[in-house]
Design a protein around this ligand. Sequence first.
Ligand SMILES: [Zn+2]
Length: 141
Amino acid sequence: MIAFDLTCENDHVFEGWFQSAAAFEEQLVKGLVECPLCGSTGVTRHFTPFGIKRDRTSSESAPTEAHLRETARKIVHFFETNFEDVGPSFATEALKMAYGAIEPRNIRGVTSEEEEKTLIDEGVPFFKLPLPDKKPTTGEH
Ligand SMILES: [Zn+2]
């Protein structure tokens, strides 16, 4: 015996038991398959979504490279708009803040390796953000 989920033309869903798939087809063609609710013989097999549902979780949870690039771009944009660019004076400015010489503020800039060592030695908190390659600026300012 085999069970099929069936749907009649009035959208009644019911279960029918048949000796085989072929027997079901034969009875269907002969109009012997009736809806138990309304007696309609306009019955079709009802395919449950379960059988055709695709497993989308695995592909959706993995971020694409484009998505990661977009996230990095947003982070860079945040720093560019919220942090004052002090350029090569970053280490000097950071040290001044650490010693209370100037008011602390959000700054960004570039440091040499030596300056980084100085900052670390002085216990000045900072972190490095790897910036994506930008097109070389051709002096437009
Ligand atoms: Zn029906």
